[in-house]
Design a protein around this ligand. Structure first.
Ligand code: PNW
Length: 502
């Protein structure tokens, strides 16, 4: 058995984290102790406590200082695509409130802040001339973070492809897009890499593929059974090229780490029959394996090849060499899960709501369902903290014990337009506490190498097709005035961070 497969062994060779961080990861396991009759769940030393946002969801200033348009600007300005026609033209106006927002983070004692760079702010046409005003904005943000002792974690691509690349090249469907991704990334490494040491290439390529090219729920709004696989393939190739550029040209001097963030909802077998267990496994492979298998194992899952056949692209030898082994850590966005079962003969696989996370349902053929006992969030997502531990264990086993960061987890709650309701968000506190407890158990009991956790989100923001109707924030945002108000969860989370324990 290779050393990386042994439980508790260091996550080599994919992981360069320990060396590059300059300090040895102590490897002090999380533990559960009892103090003053209160059971304390402690997290590993130097655990990264963070919160996350994304450029399109918070920045606003959509036409300012030379910013180019993105596919999300075009999508939100197309009638019928978002809740009540909401756009992110202003959003949280973060573009003009950087210092104030960093102060919110500082007040919480946040160790790390995950945000994304808007490609079209840096390269308005997606390629060609650099927009120095866009560079200056991110410099302002990064400098403010560093000055306040908050580590920047930068996502290069959180879905806002420059519109020019969509119109001129067909966006993610064009294999050439990978080279444009790599060029854009090189500009970011060059300009920000002296201070940014944690890079995430792509956020949730599953969403770009399935929601953007499968069901048309997200930009660019395409509907197809074929295009999601092409978009996914080109995103994986783009990720591989970005990482290659970083490792060859920048990592040796800048000494940062780079990885990809995927989302996955857990699939729990509805019954213990072999057919339902296989359906759950298939559901996970179609969701997470689709994107993580190529990176960690070198190719798409067998079950996908068998079901999708010729619509599933093949990696050339050169692309495989770039993609395999191309992540220094495993980024996971985790929110919920469902029961999975083998469909009954003749059962149709259509009709799942977008947020049911069915994902290429006709190809994977997994019957998803809820337990009526599960509580739900305002997005109707199931509140299933116990599945967080299962999900982490699955990743740990399948991908050879990688270092993992939960780069998003959080909850939208109803009624929070009203700030008086929002500040008493005990259900958010309860949600985060229970998911964190499950994650802690995965570390302490199962040996998962979880190294950090980022709440989605630092503040209420533009929730894509749902506009401003759903609120995930630790801080309430009044969209009329721009005013931010900490919710109870912000104070509670600050306490968790301070004690490094629940
Ligand atoms: C993630 N779905 O997105 C994103 O990374 C964030 O930008 C987003 O705000 C957050 O989760 C909360 O939704 C998803 O419909 C959005 O299946 C939608 C889905 C999944 C993930």
């Amino acid at each position: 058995m290779p050393p990386s497969k042994r439980r508790g062994a260091p996550a080599e060779p994919l992981n360069t984290q320990r060396r590059l961080n300059g300090v040895q990861h102590a490897g002090v396991a999380a533990r559960v102790g009892v103090a003053n009759n209160v059971v304390m769940a402690t997290f590993p030393e130097r655990f990264v406590w963070g919160a996350a946002t994304a450029a399109h969801q918070i920045e606003g200033a959509w036409l300012e200082d030379g910013r180019g348009l993105s596919i999300w600007d075009a999508f939100t300005h197309t009638p019928g695509k978002t809740h009540q026609g909401h756009t992110a033209d202003v959003a949280c106006d973060h573009y003009h409130r950087v210092e104030e927002d960093v102060a919110l983070m500082k007040a919480m004692g946040l160790k790390a802040y995950r945000f994304s760079i808007a490609w079209s702010r840096v390269l308005p046409q997606g390629r060609g001339a650099v927009n120095e005003a866009g560079i200056a904005f991110y410099n302002r943000l990064i400098d403010a973070l560093v000055a306040n002792g908050i580590t920047p974690w930068v996502t290069l691509y959180h879905w806002d492809l420059p519109l020019a690349l969509q119109l001129e090249l067909d966006g993610l469907l064009n294999p050439e897009i990978a080279d444009h991704f790599a060029h854009y990334a090189a500009v970011c490494f060059e300009r920000f890499g002296d201070r940014v040491k944690h890079w995430i290439t792509l956020n949730e390529p599953w969403c770009s593929a399935v929601l953007g090219h499968g069901i048309g729920y997200f930009a660019p709004g395409r509907v197809s059974q074929t295009e999601p696989y092409i978009a996914a393939h080109n995103l994986l190739r783009a990720h591989g090229k970005i990482v290659d550029v970083y490792r060859r040209r920048f990592q040796p001097a800048q000494r940062g780490v780079i990885g990809i963030t995927n989302n996955c909802d857990w699939r729990e077998p509805k019954t213990e029959t072999p057919a339902d267990r296989a359906a759950a496994q298939r559901g996970l492979e179609f969701f997470l394996g689709w994107f993580a298998d190529p990176v960690y194992l070198g190719d798409y899952p067998e079950c996908m090849r068998a079901a999708v056949r010729d619509r599933l692209p093949r990696f050339s030898a050169a692309d495989r060499a770039l993609v395999q082994g191309s992540s220094d850590f495993f980024g996971l966005n985790f929110y919920g899960g469902m029961y999975a079962a083998e469909p009954a003969p003749g059962e149709t696989m259509d009709g799942l709501a977008p947020t049911g996370n069915g994902g290429m349902a006709a190809d994977q053929r997994v019957a998803l369902s809820d337990d009526p006992a599960w509580e739900k969030t305002d997005l109707n997502w199931n509140i299933v903290p116990q599945f967080c531990r299962q999900m982490l264990g699955w990743i740990d086993r399948r991908y050879g014990h990688p270092p993992v960061y939960i780069t998003e987890n959080g909850i939208a709650l109803p009624g929070e337009d009203d700030v008086a309701v929002a500040v008493n968000d005990t259900r958010r506190v309860d949600f985060i506490r229970r998911y964190l407890a499950a994650a802690q158990a995965a570390v302490a009991e199962d040996g998962v190498d979880l190294r950090g956790y980022f709440v989605w989100s630092l503040m209420d923001n533009f929730e894509w097709a749902l506009g401003y109707s759903k609120r995930f924030g630790l801080h309430h945002v009044d969209y009329r005035t721009g005013r931010r108000t900490p919710k109870a969860s912000a104070r509670w989370y600050a306490d968790v961070i301070r004690r490094n324990a629940l």
